[in-house]
Design a protein around this ligand. Sequence first.
Ligand code: 5AD
Ligand code: SF4
Length: 458
Amino acid sequence: MQESPKSIYIKTFGCQMNVYDSDRMSGLLAHQGYALEKDIRKADVVLINTCSIRDKSEHKVLSLLGELKALKKTNPGKVLGITGCVGQRMGRTLLQKAPHLDIVMGPDAIDRVGNLVGTVLKKGERVLDVQFDADRKRTYSQPSIVYRAKPVEFLTIMKGCDHFCTYCIVPFTRGREKSRPIAEVIHDVKKFVAQGTKEITFLGQNINTYGKGTPENLSQLVEEADRVEGLERIRYITSHPRDLGEDLIAQFGSISKLCPSLHLPFQAGSDSVLKAMSRLYTRDEYLYKIERLRHYCPDISLSTDVIVGFPGETDKDFEETLKVLSQVEFGGAYLFKYSPRPGTRAFAYGEEVPEPVKEQRLLQAQRLVHEILDRQNKQMIGKTTQVLVEALDKKAKNYTGRNPHGKLVHVFNAGEACVGKTIVVEITEATGSNLRGYYVDAPRTQRQIQALSPSSFL
Ligand code: 5AD
Ligand code: SF4
């Protein structure tokens, strides 16, 4: 009798990069004959793909370890693994601390996940793999995986970060920057598009320096992706203000598939805090980039990340952050309380801002951002916008998608037939977090809409 395939369950914490990494692990393991399982209790192999960007993210993982222990107790044959940034950061310590874990591996070990799981299953050995890719070349290749057919996809085009902002753990968990060759990325884009994908977001921790150390760069990739027949929208994330050059900025005015939206973290509004963070730009330099972006693309929607309560941040410094938030009027802002990460330079700074002060600054910034977003979104009421419909929101019981500016739109009268299509939606309601409305025209492709009326829709 043939043995039924071993089943695998993967839980993902953290950023889009982790979501993508989990997809790759599923793809690689599926290629090797594993079956994907949605119920953690039934799976033979359970992998937790982790994030360590803030203390809180790590705590979530560590508290899950207790639950995993209980799972192992009821089913001692279950293989349990921690993958991703916590695996990389804690490595052997984690394996020692949690005897019920069989696998601890970092993000650079993803290509080896099949061997690691196989070793545990066949030999019953516990395995650790926190090796960074030792090849010093600036490029790497990523075997293609089984791609799902989704209207909107994320595609990792590089790994690592060379910046070493003083608060950030990423360069320690994901290593140095390495880029995939353009030809390989475009091959993947075409594969996605052939399956029905209309929008691709290129992912990289420091995406503007994609291709560093090679003759290729991000603007060339964007140009090539723009030529891919059937692809309708291009985005990329995450940009660093220092590395966002005029060539990339100008493309927001010239590449029609490049969406008018950009995530450009400023982190702090005070020059002294920016210096202590080693962000390598001043507030005015940041604001100048915004001016240039708006020069080429006046309606570009900008989003940002902000850290409040960095060591030494005074009330006056924080006011500068609020000023930038008011002045730029971002279309989205992710606000974080500073979280000391062991091993980073800022960890040793001292001058910790007390927790209640951090909390109060966070609330104040959140209020301001919410006010701005509420106002911005309400201005959309009565206007039309193009929405690429992605999926049914089971809770809201209606279909949702995003407009070119990246705003989430709930469409009351859209059905399954709209998924993967760009529809024209009239906005009737708005809150700080989303827009809602009815589609007013039969589903068309974005190209058909543009051909009908190049400028009448946002
Ligand atoms: N504490 C708080 N926020 C952090 N980020 C990165 N490291 C830390 C930290 N130690 C935030 C930054 C970054 C985003 C992904 O997470 O704002 O842009
Ligand atoms: Fe972290 Fe700075 Fe690199 Fe972003 S640019 S990943 S914040 S070190």
